[in-house]
Design a protein around this ligand. Structure first.
Ligand SMILES: O=C(O)c1ccc[n+]([C@@H]2O[C@H](COP(=O)([O-])O)[C@@H](O)[C@H]2O)c1
Ligand SMILES: Cc1cc2nc[nH]c2cc1C
Length: 346
């Protein structure tokens, strides 16, 4: 299979950018007084190509997959939690279920390669390539063909979705290890700085995780390309998210990125197609230490800093109302002229 990746054009509409900035600067407030909400409004306006952007039918995609490396003790929890949490998402009891309901986000859970047979039902997409990736400490997590299939699945998932915004989350015991290794390899950083305690390893567990990930990186020293690294380290949910990000970027949807693992998918997608990041909004800064490094590498500023470290898309759902507010400011807020408010003294 030879996968054709979407083309992702640069967004460089200087005239629209200037018009959006002018609109923001003439709203009834001191210049810049809405702080980073103004930069957010500008970004969403540019992505949607509108001076009056309106977000429609937001789609939350939660991609789930298992990791062979989890058998090496890199997580505080057993792999079974992945499928159990997928059931919890679908039953409506998980954090992301609650937050998606609260904010009117259509929730789709995607089995990208969970070690479980799920009964088909509404809200669940079945794209299971294999019951979890292979153990990356003894070989590549995925074959090149599996990696391409997962990316193609992610592209197909977004193609044909209603609306103009996607929110991206994930679930997969062991997936902070994959994200840490992708960050270390693609951003050229030391693995210790990229690695944290994930679901809650203690100090000894974290030291063992760091030592193991260093070994795994050395084993795959030749996996230097974005796709090579993705196949080497996994996982299926990350690769599916890479496809989703690329497709959403091509379609100029607003992409709201959750935490460390969803961010790692953007890092890979942006390495493949460099203008992807222009369409992305970083929802929050995760407590997982590598996340700040990842956002710096992408040049993204997180909207929220709540010390979340849950994943699932929970941070993206929490940040969603800020995007809606940013759009409403552009659409509904009066200008000095329209409201008859005096401008500042010269
Ligand atoms: O999104 C984050 O920043 C984040 C940080 C730490 C943990 N997680 C979640 O925890 C799981 C991975 O943690 P671990 O320790 O099993 O690698 C996975 O299901 C993620 O959704 C997510
Ligand atoms: C309970 C639990 C819920 C999660 N949600 C996302 N990752 C998770 C990891 C665990 C362990």
């Amino acid at each position: 299979m030879t996968l054709e990746l979407p083309a992702v054009e640069a967004i460089d509409d200087a005239a629209l950018s200037a018009r959006l900035q002018h609109l923001l600067d003439h709203k009834t407030k001191p210049l810049g007084a809405l702080g980073r909400l103004e930069a957010l409004a500008l970004r969403v306006g540019l992505i949607l190509g509108s001076e009056a952007p309106a977000l429609e039918a937001p789609q939350m995609l939660v991609c789930a997959g298992d990791h062979g490396l989890a058998a090496r003790g890199v997580s505080a929890f057993p792999s079974d939690v992945t499928w159990q949490m997928v059931e919890n998402f679908l039953a409506g009891g998980a954090a992301v279920s609650v937050l998606a309901r609260q904010h009117g986000l259509a929730l789709t859970v995607v089995d990208c390669g969970v070690r479980h047979d799920f009964a088909p039902r509404v809200g669940l997409r079945l794209c299971n390539i294999a019951p979890g990736t292979a153990d990356a400490s003894s070989g590549p997590a995925m074959s090149a063909a599996q990696c391409e299939q997962a990316i193609a699945n992610g592209m197909a998932l977004v193609r044909g979705l209603p609306g103009n915004a996607v929110l991206l989350g994930e679930m997969g015991i062991g997936n902070t290890s994959a994200a840490s290794m992708l960050l270390a390899r693609l951003a050229g950083l030391d693995i210790d700085a990229c690695t944290g305690s994930g679901t809650g390893l203690d100090a000894a567990g974290l030291a063992r995780k760091r030592a193991l990930l260093r070994e795994v990186l050395a084993l795959h020293a030749d996996a230097g390309t974005p796709l090579g690294a993705l196949a080497a380290f996994g996982g299926f949910e990350v690769a599916t998210l890479v496809g989703a990000v690329l497709q959403a970027a091509e379609e100029r949807r607003v992409i709201v990125v959750d935490g460390f693992i969803a961010g790692a998918a953007v890092l890979v997608a942006n390495a493949l197609r460099p203008h992807v990041v222009q369409r992305c909004v970083a929802a929050h800064a995760s407590a997982e230490p590598g996340h700040r490094l990842l956002l710096e590498a992408l040049g993204l500023s997180p909207l929220l800093a709540l010390d979340l470290r849950l994943g699932e898309g929970s941070g993206a759902a929490l940040a969603w109302p800020l995007l809606e507010s940013a759009c409403r400011i552009l659409r509904e807020m009066a200008s000095f002229e329209s409201a008859g408010v005096s401008q500042r003294d010269a």
